[in-house]
Design a protein around this ligand. Structure first.
Ligand SMILES: N[C@@H](CCC(=O)N[C@@H](CS)C(=O)NCC(=O)O)C(=O)O
Length: 210
């Protein structure tokens, strides 16, 4: 049985999403970040960063959301969520995953860190300007490369789409601090991704543990 340690509306959402796309059986174990449960000794043994998500499958304990998504995609080849190894589609898939984590997510995370996540003495207000600039640049490149494609890799949905969509929706859900996605094609892409049946099931599953 696959176990996912996570918290609704965090990076563990992308792990639930790939599991729902694969129609997999899994257990979702809530780690309440607000109550400091990720800092408890038993959890730190699984994930020494004290972060979510963490995946357990048989003897494997895996952290890092993008690595977990790729692992699950490979585990369920019939679900077609990941191109086969040693193909140019797999290379493009990897390209998008790395772009997502280093170009799109990194500036967003920088903003969150310098607003609230870092201890107060390490927060630098000016970093918000830099991170904003970096995020806008990443969006412009993304829009250009996405063009009018339906998906990121070839003509089918892959885990790269759900990772990118999860990051974009994080940017948009900032309440008063919601970021603009700057381009209609990105807005439309995100709307398409978030209307997938599997994602709607994720939202239900997350509600159940709240
Ligand atoms: N690179 C990691 C980042 C994980 C991460 O930062 N998770 C956040 C929730 S979205 C967390 O657990 N934060 C708790 C903390 O930093 O104390 C991944 O992609 O899995």
């Amino acid at each position: 049985m696959i176990k996912v340690y996570g918290m609704p509306d965090t990076r563990s959402t992308r792990v639930l999403w790939v599991l729902e796309e694969a129609n997999a059986d899994y257990e979702f174990i809530k780690v309440d970040l607000g109550k400091g449960e990720a800092r408890e000794e038993s959890y730190l043994k699984l994930n020494p960063s004290g972060k979510v998500p963490t995946l357990i499958h048989d003897d494997l304990v895996l952290t890092e959301s993008a690595a977990i998504c790729t692992y699950i995609g490979d585990l369920f080849p019939d679900s077609n969520l990941i191109p086969a190894c040693r193909t140019s589609e797999r290379a493009i898939y990897n390209q998008w995953c790395y772009f997502a984590m280093t170009e799109l997510e990194q500036p967003l995370w920088s903003m969150a860190k310098h607003r609230f996540a870092l201890p107060k003495e390490y927060r630098i207000r000016e970093m918000l300007i830099t991170a904003n600039y970096e995020f806008d640049k990443a969006l412009d490149v993304f829009s250009l490369r996405l063009s009018d494609s339906e998906f990121l890799v070839g003509d089918r949905f892959t885990c790269a789409d759900l990772i990118v969509a999860n990051i974009l929706s994080w940017a948009k859900r900032g309440g008063k601090r919601a970021m603009s996605l700057r381009h209609d094609n990105i807005e439309q892409y995100l709307e398409r991704m978030l209307s997938r049946e599997a994602f709607l099931r994720v939202q239900k599953r997350e509600q159940e543990v709240l």
